[in-house]
Design a binder for this molecule. Structure first.
Ligand SMILES: Cc1cc2nc3c(=O)[nH]c(=O)nc-3n(C[C@H](O)[C@H](O)[C@H](O)COP(=O)(O)O)c2cc1C
Length: 393
């Protein structure tokens, strides 16, 4: 697929916007990362908005994620011939035009009817990798079709039923998802006051269940198909994918049934990162789920440098939680991430305008990344290290 402005640097989106302005055309919605959430709030009902924006408990970790970025500052360097940049990289055999992936985000149809299909199309258009959530509102196969020859990874919420688990893994493999991302931090939902106060949980309303409901092994365990008896199907699925923690030893089951790379998402402790190495997986995502799980947890960015130092040579260290700007991406890369996952911002884009909304947000973030990297004197992410940053005590 041809990316918009293929062959053009990402920063060229800036020129495109100014040139279109000469003809009286403004960007479809804000380019300001701080204004984006408020703008999405104006377009969504309180249930969907808070499901996306909210965090666990007091919201302390949502705030900590941002504060950790604020505490670190880039130290720009001059006269370094940074006019031409190269942002491309390869992670676990997947080529990327920039070290950015779209994070797995479930139930996307609560913000736009096209949901994950729109995200899949936007990702393919831009050449970025999307990670499809097990809590998708569309099936594995339909999202793969929307993504076409784009790049896709699959995120597993690990079902207790081994037959259902194996069936979902084989569907993902057959549909061209190259890497398995296993989310470890959400074996149960956290206490989320914004959702509780509205009694808003999409799954029990039949949203975000397209993958199990279309799964032959799951359907085989039901007395009646979900189309005839949705409540029973929901009652079977919800405890199957939440409520049971697993152990490190059980990872061998996934290795047996997935022959591609495996990435563990939700690692925050150096010892867990070392265990991931021992378990023989190929990557980790240093993530606290955007502050949606353990209230009061360490900021993900604060966890990153120690983990990257301990295991960065042995496996791929990816990062998410709190990434909003190009500068944020520069900071995470400088602290040892190989690539970052963009989360809430692209979902707000989706809320504004489906595929086009995702495209606008992602192009804005990539343009900001490209320009910030160059203006700070770096030609590629590979040149970044801790020397690029200053940290407030
Ligand atoms: C509405 C919403 C739904 C999410 N659903 C999933 C999911 O299904 N699977 C998963 O691994 N992570 C999920 N996440 C977490 C993201 O993958 C990512 O870790 C998080 O959004 C990063 O935080 P940030 O958005 O503040 O940058 C979800 C996040 C949001 C906001």
């Amino acid at each position: 697929m041809t990316a918009p402005g293929a062959g053009m640097p990402f920063g060229a989106y800036q020129n495109e916007i100014y040139l279109q302005g000469l003809g009286g055309q403004l960007p479809p919605f804000t380019t300001d990362p701080d204004a984006l959430e408020g703008s999405a709030r104006g377009r969504l009902g309180p249930g969907p908005f808070w499901y996306v924006a909210g965090g666990a408990g007091s919201g302390a970790t949502v705030r900590a994620n941002r504060e950790a970025f604020d505490r670190r500052r880039i130290v720009p360097r001059m006269l370094r011939d940074a006019t031409t940049r190269h942002l491309g990289t390869t992670v676990l055999g997947t080529e990327m035009p920039a070290p950015v992936l779209l994070a797995p985000v479930g139930v996307q149809s609560i913000v736009h009817p096209d949901g994950e299909l729109a995200t899949a199309r936007a990702a393919a258009e831009l050449g970025l990798t999307m990670i499809l959530s097990t809590a998708s509102s569309h099936t594995i196969e339909d999202v793969a079709a929307a993504n076409g020859d784009g790049s896709r990874w699959y995120q597993l919420y690990w079902p207790n039923d081994p037959d259902v688990c194996v069936s979902i893994l084989s569907r993902a493999k057959e549909s061209g998802y190259r890497v398995l991302v296993v989310t470890l931090d959400t074996w149960s939902l956290a206490w989320r006051p914004h959702d509780l106060d509205q009694s808003y949980l999409p799954f029990i309303r039949g949203t975000g269940v397209a993958i199990p409901f279309s799964d032959p092994a799951f359907r085989a365990g039901l007395a009646k198909p979900p189309e005839e008896d949705m409540p029973s199907a929901i009652l079977r699925w919800v405890p199957m994918f939440t409520g049971t923690d697993k152990s490190w030893a059980q990872l061998s089951f996934l290795r047996e049934h997935w022959d591609g790379p495996i990435v563990l998402k939700g690692v925050q402790h150096v010892d867990d990162a070392r265990k991931a190495v021992d378990a023989g997986v190929q990557g980790i995502v240093v993530s606290n789920h955007g502050g949606r799980q353990v209230d009061g947890a360490i900021a993900s960015l604060d966890a990153l440098p120690g983990i990257a130092e301990a295991v960065g040579e042995q496996l791929e260290v990816l990062f998410d939680s709190g990434v909003r700007t190009g500068a944020d991406i520069v900071k995470a890369l400088a602290l040892g991430a190989r690539a970052v996952l963009l989360g809430r911002p692209y979902v707000y884009g989706l809320a504004h305008g489906g595929q086009g909304g995702v495209r606008h947000v992602v192009r804005s973030v990539l343009a900001d990344l490209d320009l910030t990297l160059g203006l700070a004197g770096f030609r590629s992410p590979a040149e970044l290290n801790r020397d690029a940053l200053w940290e407030r005590a």
